[in-house]
Design a binder for this molecule. Sequence first.
Ligand code: SF4
Length: 213
Amino acid sequence: MINLSASKLNLLLDCERCFWLVMVKNVKRPSGPISSIPIKMDSIIKGYYNRYRGGILPPILNGQVKGRLAVGMPLTLRYEPFKGVFLQGRPDDYVEQGDENVVALDNKTSSKAPPEIHPSHQLQSDIYSYLLMKNKYKTIPRAYLAYFSPRESDVDEVMTLTCSVIEVCTNPDRVDSLMRKAVQVLNGSIPYPGQNCPYCGWIQSLAKFPMVG
Ligand code: SF4
């Protein structure tokens, strides 16, 4: 069974070798300590959204999002495009629009909204659209990315958040071919290192040196 997600497919695009190592050998990239602030902000934003669910749009999204927060949507969307290959995604929320179309809404925390959509967020949005479509929801190729940032304040003042929403035009049609590519890579032997990452070359240079002096 192969379980794919936006982060796994992003890894595939980043470096096929790293993707293969994680999926086939369970060798993961080292990671440093993870800040818990985004997790706390995420739960605060979700609590705020829930106060408006089923009613009006949360005021912080007014004028930036069309529709209202959807009710009764699943936490996880899952689909099996080929036998034994699963793709799953977990949008932070969903917006139900006036024409009953449902689209994904993902919250991001940042110091300010980015000037353009990061490729990994684009792929994540493409996958949400794809999963909504494949799970037979009425949807359109759109998603929302809501960037929450702290307003300027002093450290001993109450810190409030501002929100800038980007409406994303999604491309769910690219997802099938990306999954085919993932299966092809997983069924092959270990790929060569990616062109844009220096670490494999660095590891090879390290091998010339003994572990002890
Ligand atoms: S090139 Fe970089 S990303 Fe690719 S396998 Fe090596 S360390 Fe991982």
